[in-house]
Design a protein around this ligand. Structure first.
Ligand code: ZN
Length: 242
């Protein structure tokens, strides 16, 4: 097992694209894995090859390190869960205090499958975009959950995987900033044009921060983050002029 290879959970959204850039910046070889679980916004899966191709074309320093892509059929997750991401259910707060977009076990399954692929491919590092700051209350995005999963995977597979979550403690404004720090405006442009976040799979409506309905919780987070990012950037530019 080499220390220089990583596998990124890559859905085609803003967060996982930023994680992909983060990994390409750190590791010699980076593979990607995506999951088709019957999500209503399956359009994000169509974004994945385009994002990879754009990164490959625009970042000479990263393209040699961009390795295989794996797309895993997890339709079974859609069959066993009853949520607004996999069924035509209203996106709202559920009785449990969790949004109806919560797919129970999703990240636990994703990490387990990712580790199984990493096991086969001899990859030590697994990178995911889980985030506790803006996490909408998803318990499987918590740092504690990820740490427990790392322990369980390492015990269960007799390996020493390292689970990385570079977005865990930053907000959406800082996620935009991280993309800018890693890949300047070229990466920010790829995120705006080619990544998908909207739960309702709207690709017809182009807003300043990308495509989406502009109203679902995912669009709201992305939009607010973009506004904060621009505001902070303007403040830094202004203070540099002083
Ligand atoms: Zn939306």
């Amino acid at each position: 097992m080499t220390d220089q290879r990583a596998l990124v959970l890559f859905s085609g959204g803003q967060d996982s694209t930023t994680c992909l850039a983060w990994a390409l910046d750190r590791f010699e070889m980076v593979e990607t894995v995506g999951f088709d679980y019957g999500q209503r916004h399956a359009v994000e899966l169509d974004c994945r090859p385009k994002i990879r191709a754009e990164i490959e074309a625009r970042f000479e320093n990263w393209s040699p390190g961009l390795g295989q892509d794996h797309l895993i059929d997890l339709q079974v997750l859609g069959q066993i869960s009853d949520t607004s991401l996999t069924r035509e259910i209203e996106i709202e707060m559920g009785e449990t205090g969790l949004p109806t977009t919560f797919v129970p076990g999703r990240n636990l399954l994703f990490l387990t499958f990712a580790a199984a692929i990493a096991y086969r491919r001899g990859i030590k590092h697994i990178v995911g975009g889980m985030c506790e700051t803006d996490f909408s209350g998803y318990p499987d995005c918590r740092d504690e959950t990820i740490k427990a999963m790392q322990l369980a995977l390492n015990l269960g597979m007799a390996k020493s995987f390292v689970l990385h979550t570079p977005l865990m403690w930053i907000d959406k404004g800082e996620t935009w900033q991280l993309a800018s720090d890693l890949g300047d405006d070229a990466l920010v442009q790829i995120i705006i044009e080619d990544t998908h976040t909207c739960y309702l799979a709207d690709r017809s409506n182009r807003l300043p921060w990308g495509y989406g309905c502009g109203e679902c919780p995912a669009c709201e987070l992305r939009s607010n983050g973009y506004t904060i990012y621009l505001r902070r950037r303007a403040m830094v530019a202004a203070s540099n002029k002083l």
